[in-house]
Design a protein around this ligand. Sequence first.
Ligand code: FE
Length: 258
Amino acid sequence: MRTIFSLILCLSLVILLPSCKRKKLQEVVEVPLPSAEEKITIGHPDDVTADEGQFALVKLPYQYNELQPNIDILTMEVHYSKHYLTYTNNLNKLVAADATLTDLSIEDILKKADGTNADLRNNAGGYYNHSFFFEGMGPKSGGQPKDTLAAVITKDFGSFENFKTQFSDAAEKQFGSGWAWLILDRTGKLQVVSTPNQDNPLMPRQTVPGTPLLNLDVWEHAYYLDYQYKRKRYIDNFFKIINWKKVSQRYEEATAKK
Ligand code: FE
C-alpha cells in the first residue's frame, strides 16, 4: 500500500512540476502599461482649427462618434484633426509662399496642379478630397438617392445596384492609397473613376476628368483601425452613411454650371 501511495505521489509531482514551471514563466512576462502620453483623449471637431491662412477646415457636420458603427470614433478623430488638418496647414503654407495662388479657389488651384509641384498637388488634393469626403457622409444616411439623381444613376448605370458594384469595385481595386469617385464627366454623363494618392478628377491629365459628386477615401488611415485588411467591408458599410441629399445638391450645382 505504501509503495502504491509513493508511486502516486511521484507521478503527481512529475505531472505538476512542469505546470508550476509554466505558470512561473507566464508570471514573469512583462506587459508594458500605457504611459500618460499614450492615453487617448477624443477631442471635439469644433475645437480643431487650421493655422491662419487662405483655407479653413470645413466644419464637420456631425460628431466623431455619429458614424459608428460604420466608422469608429478614433478613426474619425485622427482623420479629421490630424490628417486633414495637416493637409490644410501645408496647403496654406504653400499658397502663402506663391503669389500666383493668392485668392484662387481650391478648384482653380487644383486645375493648376499639373504634377510639376508635387507638394502642391498632394496638399491641395488632400485638402479638397477630405473636405469633400467628410461632407458627403452623415448619420442616419445611406439608402438610395431620390428624384433626379436617382433617375440619372439608373439612366447612366442601368440600375442603382450596377452603380454600387462599379463604385465598390473601383474602391476595392485601387492599388495602394487613393480614392473612388462618382463624377459628372464633360459630356454630362455620370461615371465612376479612381485616382491614386491625393489626385482627383479636377486635376490636369486625368484619364476621365469631371466634376466630383461623391468620393471615398481608401487610404489605410481611413479604415485600418476598424477593418484592418478588410477594405471590402469598409466599402460596403460606407454605403450606409452616404449623404445622398448632399450628393444630389452637388449634382444640381454641377448641371446648373453646364
Ligand atoms: Fe484620408
